[in-house]
Design a protein around this ligand. Structure first.
Ligand code: SF4
Length: 85
């Protein structure tokens, strides 16, 4: 699985690093960042899914692959749709 951490949403609750300390690290104020790659190894997926569910501000997103093999854009990065003429 691939994830994205939106650091602008993180409020420093630390749940992510509690569940998956090798994936998330906390700075001196408790705000999270990815400790390594956004690609999560299969054996760590359960802990990361728990972190996604427990993050109180939904700052961690799983990026899902589309049938064409492309990753869905995170919320806020969706292309505008054409409106009526
Ligand atoms: S659980 Fe969410 S709010 Fe808390 S440190 Fe991790 S990303 Fe930030």
């Amino acid at each position: 699985m691939k994830i994205k951490l939106d650091r602008t949403l993180c409020d420093g609750f630390g749940k992510c690093a509690e569940h998956a300390p090798t994936v998330f690290s906390l700075d001196e104020w408790g705000y999270a960042s990815l400790a390594g790659s956004a690609e999560v190894p299969a054996d760590l997926e359960p802990q990361v899914r728990r972190a996604i569910l427990d993050c109180p501000v939904d700052a961690i997103l799983e990026r899902l692959a589309t049938p064409a093999g492309r990753l869905t854009p995170p919320a806020g990065e969706l292309a505008p749709q054409p409106g009526p003429a």
